[in-house]
Design a protein around this ligand. Structure first.
Ligand SMILES: [Zn+2]
Length: 281
């Protein structure tokens, strides 16, 4: 997008995104933006969803909800919509994004009185955030056109979930008992090519591996009985990274699996489905 047009668009967006901008004014501003052929692409997404933005000019990055996302060499940027993002229409950097309220299950087993995190826990949380906020490379994807696969030897759509993605849970719990192969091994695989960004034993997560896939995209595997990779190791899609187990705070053996983009957790099942629409580049 040319600079003058971009400045014009940003001016419209500034007014559009104001909390007191009413519906009539929004419609007018939107018509102005679209009429000026700035290439605003209406994108509809739920809280916790994924937006794959196709570059509409030659800009190298896009700024959405206070984060900078770079376009890869296929001109695509992967944007995670936080579960806490207020539903509504947003005009961002030449794009219109409609955020809809997500439909989440009630998180019954998490209804316990709030206790402030301990010193040890605060250190752990800081480490996770630091990991998600310092990806290996925001501009290059490490997937290399490889589609995302299931973390277990069962297709993602056929996995038995014992707990869904929801605002506090921010991942899915996958039943691992019936995938018991010989001698009780439950191999957990990397969902795509990447680099091990963090591995270790943590108080709630138990043995955990975080894989960096480039572009700010991470996959997270918790409660492993055994970790089979080292920090910084390059791994390929489908490579075994550990064995499912019941370490950390659990009521039984399962795999907690999550996807994160620049410190925003997204629904991992939806992420894999959506991201794979663009694989095979
Ligand atoms: Zn879980």
């Amino acid at each position: 997008m040319k600079n003058r047009r971009k400045r014009f668009f940003n001016l419209i967006a500034k007014w559009y995104n104001k909390p007191n901008c009413n519906r009539t004014l929004k419609t007018l501003l939107l018509a102005l933006a679209l009429g000026s052929q700035l290439g605003a692409v209406p994108l509809s997404v739920s809280q916790g969803g994924l937006v794959v933005l196709q570059r509409n000019g030659n800009e190298e990055s896009v700024r959405v909800f206070d984060r900078t996302y770079y376009f890869d060499n296929h001109g695509r940027a992967y944007i995670g919509i936080d579960v806490g993002q207020e539903p509504g229409s947003y005009l961002v950097d030449g794009y219109q994004i409609d955020v809809m309220a997500g439909e989440f299950p009630i998180e019954r087993w998490r209804m316990h009185p709030y206790a402030p995190p301990s010193k040890k826990r605060q250190v752990e949380i800081a480490l996770f955030r630091q990991t998600f906020q310092s990806p290996v490379n925001l501009r290059t994807d490490l997937m290399h056109g490889s589609p995302f696969v299931s973390p277990l030897a069962v297709p993602i759509g056929l996995l038995q979930l014992t707990e869904q993605f929801a605002p506090i849970h921010r991942g899915i719990d996958i039943q691992t008992k019936e995938f018991r192969l010989d001698r009780g091994l439950r191999p957990v695989r990397a969902v795509n090519n990447g680099v091990v960004a963090l591995k270790g034993r943590f108080s709630l997560e138990g043995n955990m591996v975080i894989v960096d896939h480039g572009m700010g995209i991470f996959s997270v595997y918790m409660h492993l009985s055994k970790i089979l990779v080292v920090q910084g190791q390059t791994i390929s899609a489908n490579q075994q990274i550990g064995i499912a187990g019941a370490t950390g705070r659990v009521t039984g053996p399962h795999l907690h699996f999550a996807m994160n983009i620049q410190d925003v957790y997204v629904d991992p099942v939806n992420f894999i489905k959506e991201a794979n629409r663009y694989s095979g580049w």
